[in-house]
Design a protein around this ligand. Sequence first.
Ligand code: UT7
Length: 324
Amino acid sequence: MTLRAVVKGVGHFLPERIVPNSEFEKTLDTSDEWIRSRSGIERRHFAAEGQTTSDLGYEAARAALENAGMQADDIDAIVVATSTPDLTFPSVATMLQNKLGMRRGFGFDVQAVCAGFIYALTNANALILSGQCKTVMVVGAETFSRIMDWEDRSTCVLFGDGAGALVLQAETGSGGNEDRGVLSADLNSDGRFKDMLFVDGGVSTTGSSGKLRMQGNALFRQAVEKLTSTAHTALTKIGLTDDAVDWIVPHQANIRIIQGTARKMGVPMDRVIVTVQDHGNTSAASIPLAMSIGVERGQIKPGDLLVAEAIGGGLAWGAVVLRW
Ligand code: UT7
């Protein structure tokens, strides 16, 4: 008998305003054709003025609770992955706790940029396996539109805002790979790559939130190799190979990275959840958004084996193997 953190509910939220690629043609030397062909992105959602990361996270969390058939007070802990919090502190998780009307338990944020949801999910799994919590809400929520340099065409056309959430609950499994729930995880970071993707401001440097800077081409070259390797490591830890995978749920940064990773893993594209065209790179929100949309489309079904993988600023990267 082994404890497993099993998905009981999933939900997502995208802000109302949809911005097509053509809108950037008005202010930048760019084109819909360039953005589509280099990244696969066709449109993204941007939060309204005054709409914050915790607002987006709240809507996704409500949807996940409803999907799970649970109330806020059924949750023991909230783990939020974000790099764009409402305030420097307190955490988005505690703001979410208050908005949900949750009067018990605890919440905290995890910051691993685009790999944030993988880190948050791994932490939530550990809270459950240690017996600390029975039920954990894991949220990825971002407002990357707030840290864009609108004059930098090489970054501002790539990112969007959104949120996704999972409710995980302890269940007893057999200990084998047929169990539902989180089966394996692999986390990595290497701070030598800081300059590839960072924000040029912060509390203890400039005292402002700063703007995102990225060496896209150099990061691209790291991404396919590191994503394939972390996915393989997570699978190998539990004795599985690529052919066991029903769905790759990749971080949605660039369709060419998604295709390159799937090709290296030998998984055909009809077993990959792709949402990048509709909301661009939503950083830590991208994997739970893809999971929720994958379920909504009827692609991901109970019992399917998923590999979720992501890479971003740090560099930080990792993968989780999960039976839905
Ligand atoms: O979420 C974290 C993980 N993020 C990633 O993994 C992102 C990784 N990188 C990428 O997705 C891609 O590298 C990009 C989409 C950012 C760029 O694609 P690329 O094929 O690597 O293009 P590039 O950076 O090599 O740029 C090619 C050309 C350059 O012009 P020159 O120097 O060849 O004359 C850029 O200045 O495209 C130019 N360019 C643009 N042109 C039109 C850059 N941005 C734009 C733009 N519109 N928006």
